[in-house]
Design a protein around this ligand. Structure first.
Ligand code: PLP
Length: 388
């Protein structure tokens, strides 16, 4: 194999250049402009969100959601531990404290049991969080009915980090639209990309109006530059949104292609000794942004590090699952709630045995075959038995 097989790469449709050219032709290169408005409409139409605004990144969208919920110094925000650090960083930008919540084994996402315990304790201490950040990892939706119900019971707003799950559904409804806020990412490795960017969606359109205001330096309406609040420079540019417009047109195809990738791996690896596919919760439809598997580390003594290194030697990029944030040195003093207090944290167990496989929508069947065969070969070597 000549070209390295990467985890997830941009996949252009060709139409992106039409919209980018439009931006150039009209000399509309700055933030705002026809592409921004059009892509916001596409996001609303696809996800059924009430209101949407484009941002310079998914991280910026989380930051804005927390600001709109008036998170500040002395406040607490609950966040899934099993995620990319961008889910939690904006909590610290605002000087608030974090409480990390474990995963449950059926979706790998936030454990409703751990969340319920954490909220009960917080209520007792008169320190309910200002928000709960739920993540839909690798495209798999969290258990939204349970999570939304628990948060409602305590009157705590929900922010959905749907950076990885654009196009995924839970009981037919798009992820990102269950909470008070949802965020998407269009970073280069996500299911669709604007080279870099994100979106904030909200139940309340007034919140999105305020988000746009904050994202454009909080400039008040006045004949001069008048500022009464601290804002940010967080809007997406009209050029990036041109890429996004072309990408939104093929989002459904990209979702279908990644689902095909997952199914290919499931067919060829699902029954292989030592491999377990990431579970799928019934009544959910994952965009399968990345296909993740776990290796039977305990009984077969497989090491995900060794497997990753051997795959790399064969020119195939794999990646360990996210290292839980409560294990990150930068968050060493953060409180963590276990799914089951009698057991090792679920997210720690997953981190010890899981890897992500190349999952791009532009992978060919030959490449998928090569990845599957190489993985079987590597596991065979590791297990010292013949695997065909
Ligand atoms: C990619 C990602 C983000 C951040 O999005 P950016 O657009 O890169 O800022 C946040 N959360 C999760 C879970 C992600 O995977």
């Amino acid at each position: 194999m000549q070209r390295p097989i990467l985890l997830s790469t941009p996949h252009m449709s060709g139409r992106e250049q039409v919209y980018v050219k439009e931006a150039f032709d009209t000399n509309w290169i700055s933030p705002l402009g026809a592409n921004v408005t059009a892509m916001e409409e596409q996001i609303k139409a696809y996800t059924n969100a009430n209101a949407a605004c484009l941002t310079s990144s998914g991280t910026a969208a989380i930051h804005l959601a927390l600001r709109l919920l008036e998170v500040g110094v002395g406040d607490t925000v609950f966040c899934a531990s099993f995620t990319f650090i961008a889910s939690a960083n904006p909590i610290k930008y605002l000087g608030a404290d974090i409480v990390f919540i474990d995963s449950e084994p059926e979706t790998w996402n936030m454990s409703p049991q751990a969340l319920a315990r954490a909220l009960r304790d917080a209520k007792e201490q008169n320190k309910l969080p200002k928000a709960v950040i739920v993540v839909h990892l690798y495209g798999q939706s969290a258990k939204m009915d349970e999570i939304v119900a628990i948060c409602k019971q305590y009157g705590v707003p929900v922010i959905e980090d749907a950076a990885e799950s654009l196009g995924s559904t839970y009981k037919g409804q798009q992820t990102g639209t269950f909470g008070d806020f949802g965020i998407y990412s269009f970073n280069g490795n996500k299911i669709i990309t604007t080279s870099g960017g994100g979106a904030l969606v909200a139940k309340d359109p007034a919140m999105i109006e305020k988000a746009v205001f904050l994202a454009t330096q909080a400039r008040e309406q006045a004949p001069y530059y008048q500022h009464e609040e601290i804002g940010y420079n967080y809007r997406m540019s009209n050029v990036s949104a041109g890429i996004g417009r072309g990408q939104m047109e093929v989002l459904a195809e990209r979702v279908a292609a990644r689902q095909d990738v997952y199914q290919y791996y499931e067919r060829h690896l699902g029954d292989v000794d030592g491999i377990t596919m990431m579970p799928k919760l019934s009544d959910t439809m994952s965009n399968h942004w990345l296909t993740a598997i776990t290796l039977d580390v305990k009984d077969l003594h497989l090491s995900p590090y060794v497997v990753m290194a051997k795959m790399k030697a064969a020119n195939i990029e794999t990646r360990l699952l996210w290292k839980p944030l409560h294990l990150q040195p930068v968050f060493a003093d953060v409180i963590f709630y276990f799914h089951d207090t009698r057991q090792q944290a679920v997210c720690e167990q997953l981190f010890e045995k899981g890897i992500c496989l190349p999952s791009g929508s532009n992978l060919t069947e030959m490449e998928l075959q090569y990845v599957s065969e190489t993985l079987c070969h590597v596991l065979g070597e590791e297990l010292n038995v013949a695997v065909v």
